[in-house]
Design a binder for this molecule. Structure first.
Ligand code: GLU
Length: 538
């Protein structure tokens, strides 16, 4: 057994570890560099669950001063989707997850795309056959289908395992000569793992604690395919070993593969340096139980992918958080709290703060429910916290698209006045259009409710009065305006509502005198005069 000591600086603790190791006859392993990998298969766009796996790996690597690798697991050529690899890379970039080694960065342990490592795997498959841990199987897909059918007729499920392997066409059931003949004749074959009988495999998962599997419930998985490619299981274990991965942090759906992987490490003689494992909990649907799926997103109107995705096969488009207007920091902050918690009330975390606070011990075992409303809340928080200049920079191109040319400084001021009411940058327009253009129409409901009998005449008088106001700053303007309305003994509320209709065209918005100051005297008075002329009670 091994006892790993990572990043421990307390001498007394280290001393105790050594004593413990002596007593329990463990080998003490120190100074193993933390090296983790995100190992997606390019079979489509990266789902939120994948982003979370990448994020937790990244946080763990950074926290321990380790390396974060991106390895593309493309051994299953039939599932390869063009563009998926680039999508993965772009998604990680957008999220601020930096790759240390990978297909673009290179590194000592490359290549980082499994299809380019093809030549490396066969020797390990051969080694497993030689050591009696794997065998050749010649069953054709048709033969396998036929056996499956026979079992189905008996209402049973066929499993290629210790109970059935003797009846199948493989190097365990056939004579050595026949096996040789078949191979020499170029007959296609696969290599299967020979699952041991009656064993229990126990492994300590860093999130779940000890997990135990009985080998008799497991099947003889294919390790090497007839197309000359390894399967996921073999390639994954070989690469994690060769790339000196210290921790495998991946989704819960891979937990059933754990016993096979552990047995493969042992069979290949790598048991001593096998990585530690951590299986992350599922991300659950917003309502009730079950794994979050794309369909939930479509049904409830939220993205499940980081970026927009155009499927090259179906032509379907799936929305993305980026294109929906989420800030990457908000998206990442929300994702980090799906299955992990800091143990405090703190909810807003920058990437640096996440790195500082992250630990696998605080990752939950049970699934975590995804809440699309909470994601909006995060975006709103980030919108609020962002500098006005930064938001203005994002808003300016949207204004340009509407044919509005505005000074950056002016837009910055506008942003400061309305961003409180916006979740997304795109919401800013609805909250601020009146800073950039005079209303051309007036909200009918508000007119009906707020444009009282006789108010038009009063607004005319107000326009005249306002022409005389010299200091057009909001505060003195407001004072003079109020004095005038009071001296006239007009109801202040009625006048303010009518005034707002003239300036904004609707019933809401920031302080009217602030708006007037921003748009300038001439424009403000023109808007009142226009209102008087054009607002008609229906
Ligand atoms: N290629 C696997 C996937 O697509 C990787 C699983 C693992 O991390 O071991 O998720």
């Amino acid at each position: 057994m091994q006892l790993w000591i990572f990043n421990e600086t307390d001498d007394l603790k280290i001393f105790y570890y050594y004593i413990f190791a002596q007593i329990f006859n463990c080998t003490v392993m120190t100074e193993r560099k933390v090296r983790v990998r995100f190992a997606p298969s390019p079979t489509g766009p990266l789902h939120m669950g994948g982003v979370r796996t990448a994020l937790f790996n990244y946080l763990f690597a950074r926290k321990h001063g380790g390396d974060f690798l991106l390895r593309i697991e493309d051994t299953d050529q039939t599932r390869y989707v063009p563009g998926a690899e680039q999508y993965i890379i772009e998604s990680l970039k957008w999220c601020g997850i930096e790759i240390d080694e990978g297909i673009e960065q290179g590194g000592e342990f490359g290549p980082y795309r499994q299809s380019e490592r093809k030549a490396m795997y066969r020797q390990y498959s051969d080694q497993l056959i030689e050591s009696g841990n794997a065998y050749y199987a010649f069953d054709t897909p048709e033969e396998l289908d036929a056996v499956r059918k026979q079992f189905e007729e008996k209402k049973e499920t066929f499993t290629y395992n210790t109970a059935t392997r003797g009846e199948m066409k493989n190097s365990l059931s056939l004579s050595a000569d026949e096996v040789k003949q078949r191979i020499d004749a170029g007959e296609p074959y696969v290599v299967r793992f020979k699952m041991p009988v009656g064993e229990e495999v126990t492994e300590n998962d860093l999130i779940r604690g000890n997990v135990t599997f009985k080998t008799e419930l497991l099947d003889d998985k294919v390790l090497f395919k007839s197309d000359g490619m390894p399967t996921y299981h073999l390639a994954n274990v070989v690469d994690d070993h060769l790339m000196q991965i210290s921790h495998v942090i991946r989704g819960e759906e891979w937990l059933p593969s754990l016993p096979l992987h552990v047995l493969l490490y042992r069979a290949l003689g790598w048991g001593e340096t096998m990585p530690r494992f951590a299986h992350l909990p599922l991300i659950l649907k917003p309502v009730g139980k079950g794994k979050l799926s794309k369909r939930d997103g479509d049904k409830m109107g939220f993205p499940v992918f980081p970026l927009l995705w155009n499927d090259p096969k179906t032509g379907d488009t799936s929305r993305g958080y980026r294109e929906d207007g989420y800030f990457p920091e908000a998206f990442i902050n929300m994702m980090a709290l799906l299955g992990w918690n800091p143990g405090t009330e703190q909810e807003i975390f920058s990437m640096e703060e996440l790195i500082e606070a992250f630990s696998l011990e605080r990752v939950t075992k049970s699934g975590s429910r995804f809440d699309p409303e909470k994601t909006k809340w995060f975006n709103h928080q980030y919108m609020h916290a962002k500098a006005n200049a930064e938001v203005a920079e994002l808003f300016l191109p949207m204004l340009a698209e509407k044919g509005i040319e505005a000074e950056a400084a002016f837009v910055e001021k506008v942003v400061g006045m309305v961003k409180e009411r916006a979740v997304f940058v795109a919401d800013l327009w609805d909250q601020s259009y009146f800073f950039f253009q005079a209303p051309t129409e007036y909200d009918a409901k508000t007119v009906k409710k707020r444009w009282k009998e006789g108010v038009a005449e009063k607004m005319s008088e107000i326009a005249e009065f306002m022409k005389g106001i010299e200091n057009w700053d909001a505060a003195p303007m407001k004072e003079q305006f109020s004095e005038f309305v009071t001296s006239k003994e007009w109801g202040f509320g009625v006048i303010m509502n009518a005034f707002r209709l003239c300036i904004v065209g609707a019933g809401a918005g920031p302080d009217l005198f602030d708006i007037c100051e921003m748009i300038g005297k001439e424009d403000a008075i023109a808007r009142i005069e226009n209102g008087v002329k054009n607002i008609k009670r229906g």
